[in-house]
Design a protein around this ligand. Sequence first.
Ligand SMILES: [Zn+2]
Length: 409
Amino acid sequence: MKRATQLATVAVIAFAMLAAQPASGYLADLTLPAAGGCPALDRWNISASQPLNRRWSTSLPLAPVTILTVAAQNSAAQLTEIENTITAAFGAWSGVSGTTFNATNYPGVIGPLTNVSAADACSNDSESNIDGLNTICFNQPSMGFTTGVLAFTRVITANAPGATVGSGPPAAFAGQILDSDTLFRNDGEATFATPGALSSTQGQGAYDLESLLTHELGHWFGLDHSAVWRAMMFPYAPPPGQFLGSRPTTNLPDAQLSDDDRTGIRMLYPDPNDAVNVGAIRGQVQPANPFVLATIPQPYPGASVTGIFGAHVVAVNAATGSVIAGTFGGWSCNSSNPDAVPQFDGSFDIERLPVGNSYWIYAEPLVGLAQPGDFSGALGDLCPSNSAGPCTMPPVDTNFNPRALPSGP
Ligand SMILES: [Zn+2]
């Protein structure tokens, strides 16, 4: 997550894997299977019998201090206060109904939160420490902290079944997440405050630790950034002294999230017993003049560009006017064919919408604060691993004016 006031380089670090079976690292969203075929969604293979392991490093920067708390620095109470903030951030995601790790319906899928005292407990820039242990670090330096980057998450995924890291079990599928680590900036360029400290005088210049953690944990679970303004997964942090959404309560543990965030996590981990969030809207974003597409070269053998790539497509609840979900139009792939390659036909697919509602759909070019480079996990590279020939991704199309087609009877 980045601060909005400065342009920042992308904190995506791709890894070559050290294990015998190859795997690949992405910030989020999609993995290209080594055997070829359609891109695979990044997600955990977790259940009550194979819970998500999670821990945090209790090493905190003291000179300069970067984590502001109500409790005194370097006290046991401070660690409790930070751990409560981490628990609340996880609780946002496990509080979403309609997922396979919802804390009420599927308790124990998110394992207990443990801690470690070492400062460098997260995977580091030299590609070591990819241990299959999922860790939050507040005091580990990184080359990833370029100007404006407040925190980032490294997600390691398998690009083939059988891939392993550390002591973790072998992957069951391509796209399976094997390791997620979150690092917070520790060089004093930014300070972070717990909810209690944020509302105090000292917290006014600090970023909200709970908001940033909740955002980074969205990456843990496989979400890429969202272009929906006010979504927790929007790539830019709320200004110092402010937080996103509402603070969680016992009855609303996911109050920090937007509906777009909830729809996204339901899409990745759909609860088979969920009878509410089962609607879907699919379509294509097409230029009024299809001949403009003829100027875009074919990306690779067997693929063609027949629709607008990278349009932001948003579903809005027609009764309330609130955004329910956003996605990117651009491509489709027939996953039932193991040799299929993505076709750039402008397709979009918004899933896990609550039924019983009417929705408006609009498409807009990806211009504004969030730029195409903020969505590299979803739009950056869809070239199949087994492509027969060079691959050049079509550029994200930001040069169109949306118009609605008249609806039929
Ligand atoms: Zn992010």
